[in-house]
Design a protein around this ligand. Structure first.
Ligand code: HEC
Ligand code: HEC
Length: 287
């Protein structure tokens, strides 16, 4: 919980905005310093709606949690496999916004052991529970990875062809997904398998379509969109084409990835560096 945020600049900017929105919280923030900023920031970043997120609210939430929730989720909130109560200290599966957590608490998860809060519990206490749960969320940016993001960045932009297909912050190609905040979408092991086994999971957007029109001309490109009547593709030169299906001689969809596998093309430690770099790419606002 006592994560020191290396990104001091972002932290102070947030706290500054925070002051105007939540003078009360900011007062405590000043008082409790970095520790509290960390707590309030989490809530603020996801949703400005929780007014019950001071250190006292978090403590009140924790107290209630210990009494009513820990028998399933564990006193450390790490979950209980036997009961099927999930770990609440990492990314939540059902509730990924502040309001989302509130809704899970208020409504429960129908058909599971997770029942709704007693209707007599006031909203203020429900929000305090939310504040407590959010204070548990370990910052994924602090996961310790073996690789070096700095070396990974050099690999990415130096000796590889990644940028020919992928964009990061507006620079690069459009023949693959934008990687600007890939660290938010994929866990390190998923990034690793995206590099080694690109064909494992290819969303339809990245399928390849080959088309022959009435005049016998041949086109090939990534599947931008498709409905019953039309088909839009983008070729390797990022040119867009749109076709009416009833005027095509034939078309064919290849569901494999256009991304080459990098299995054997990097050493293990290079691969670790690349994964560490890609995992470090995330929206600054979510820090
Ligand atoms: C009787 C056991 C039990 C109790 C008591 C219980 N939970 Fe749960 N909780 C569960 C189970 C099981 C799930 C998973 C439901 C599902 O998604 O299938 C869950 C899910 C959740 C989730 C969603 C997690 C996610 O990944 O999105 C939150 C948040 C949560 N519980 C918080 C609480 C809080 C706070 C309390 C106390 C007020 C509480 N739970 C009490 C069993 C319990
Ligand atoms: C010829 C184009 C091309 C090249 C070169 C390429 N990629 Fe990709 N990449 C793609 C496409 C298309 C996808 C989406 C389909 C898939 O999941 O394989 C993708 C997917 C990914 C994903 C998963 C993204 C997501 O949102 O799930 C990552 C991470 C990735 N590439 C990283 C890299 C890195 C790092 C390199 C260089 C070492 C690289 N790619 C080289 C085209 C390319």
């Amino acid at each position: 919980m006592f994560i020191l945020n290396p990104n001091k600049k972002d932290l102070s900017q947030h706290s500054f905005i925070h002051f105007f929105l939540y003078p009360r919280t900011t007062f405590y923030s000043l008082y409790f310093g970095l520790y509290l900023s960390q707590l309030t920031l989490g809530a603020f970043a996801a949703d400005a709606g929780n007014l019950y997120n001071t250190i006292f609210d978090v403590r009140a939430g924790e107290k209630y949690f210990d009494r009513q929730c820990s028998r399933c989720h564990g006193i450390d909130a790490k979950g209980d496999d036997e009961i099927g109560a999930p770990d609440l200290t990492g990314r939540l599966r059902r509730a990924n916004t502040t309001a989302g957590i509130f809704n899970v608490l208020r409504n429960g998860v129908p058909g599971t052991a997770m029942i709704a809060l007693n209707p007599e519990v006031p909203d203020s206490l429900a929000w305090q529970l939310v504040a407590y749960i959010e204070s548990l969320a370990s910052d994924p940016a602090n996961i310790n990875l073996p690789g070096s993001p700095t070396r990974g960045r050099k690999l990415y932009s130096g000796s590889t062809d990644c940028a020919g297909c992928h964009m990061i912050e507006g620079l690069g190609g459009r023949n693959g997904p934008d990687l600007t905040s890939i660290g938010e979408r994929l866990r390190p092991e998923q990034i690793n398998s995206a590099l080694l086994r690109p064909n494992e999971k290819v969303t339809p957007r990245w399928w390849t379509v080959s088309v022959r029109d009435q005049n016998g001309n041949f086109y090939q490109g990534l599947r931008m969109s498709e409905d019953s009547f039309s088909l839009r593709i983008m070729d390797v030169n990022e040119e867009l084409y749109s076709f009416s299906k009833d005027r095509l001689k034939e078309w064919n969809i290849d569901k494999s990835s256009t991304m080459p596998s990098y299995q054997g093309k990097f050493t293990d430690s290079e691969l670790e560096d690349l994964v560490a770099f890609l995992f470090s790419l995330r929206n600054k606002r979510s820090l």
